[in-house]
Design a protein around this ligand. Structure first.
Ligand code: FE2
Ligand code: FE2
Length: 243
């Protein structure tokens, strides 16, 4: 009889929910701890920080609970999804492939913890598919769809506004500048035109709500999208001295 049963109750999460950690045959914890996960994000910038990972984990678990998904897969995938090369400072190619390198790293971490190969593969699918655009690995499992939706929701709502502004400032771009008529019509900037956080909202963020997979994620996205569009309408009006 192992000294710890699998599924021993070990403590409380940040939200005060009870958490169960699995143990292997010799009593080692198979679950990723917050301290361990945090160590993978020490180099990350403000936009791709461990705070983003914690928000994605909380949201993915909320969606996963509502959708009756496997929460252990979701938590591991959330902790590991941006663990390698996600920060823009890592360079273009590394960032473009961070879903692949993070999935490979997840395989090493979870194998070390004694996870079963099919459950490691399930986590790796979530991680590779979190960056799905129009090509690449599409989120097929329910858990991958929960992670995808949670990651996208982090660019909407008040958090989305804060992150998008932080991203613009880190890139040396203004919080807000008036987009050219050409940008409004085609999404292409005129020579020398800045890419403000408002440009990013017009170009990308306002389309995000249509990309989600789960009913729960779509409902949250609709509410967050309404807040974000109201925020930018108001910001623009204040910049113009209209209110
Ligand atoms: Fe990512
Ligand atoms: Fe992410």
């Amino acid at each position: 009889m192992p000294s710890h049963r699998t599924g021993d109750y070990v403590g409380l999460s940040l939200q005060g929910k009870r958490r169960w950690h699995r143990h292997d045959q010799i009593g080692q914890i198979m679950t990723i701890t917050i301290e361990e996960a945090k160590s993978w994000y020490e180099e990350a910038d403000e936009v791709h920080s461990f705070e983003h990972v914690l928000r994605v984990r909380a949201m993915a678990e909320r969606i996963g609970t509502a959708e009756c998904a496997d929460l252990e897969i979701i938590e591991a995938a959330a902790f590991l999804h941006d663990s390698r090369g996600a920060s823009p400072s890592e360079g273009g190619q590394e960032r473009k492939e961070h879903h692949i390198t993070s999935a490979e790293f997840a395989g090493e971490v979870l194998a070390e913890k004694g996870w079963e190969p099919e459950r490691i593969a399930a986590v790796q699918h979530c991680i590779r598919a979190h960056r799905y655009r129009h090509s690449g690995e599409r989120p097929e499992s329910l858990e991958a769809q929960c992670l995808f939706d949670a990651d996208k929701l982090d660019v909407l709502g008040a958090v989305g506004a804060a992150r998008t502004i932080a991203y613009a400032v880190l890139a040396g771009q203004p919080v807000l500048s008036e987009p050219s008529q050409q940008f409004l019509e085609t999404g292409k900037k005129e020579p020398g035109e800045a890419h403000s956080s408002y440009h990013e909202y017009l170009f990308k963020l306002r389309k995000v709500k249509d990309q989600l997979f789960t009913d729960t994620g779509k409902a949250i996205a609709a509410e967050r999208d309404a807040f974000l569009s109201e925020f930018y309408e108001r910001l623009l009006a204040e910049y113009r001295g209209e209110c």
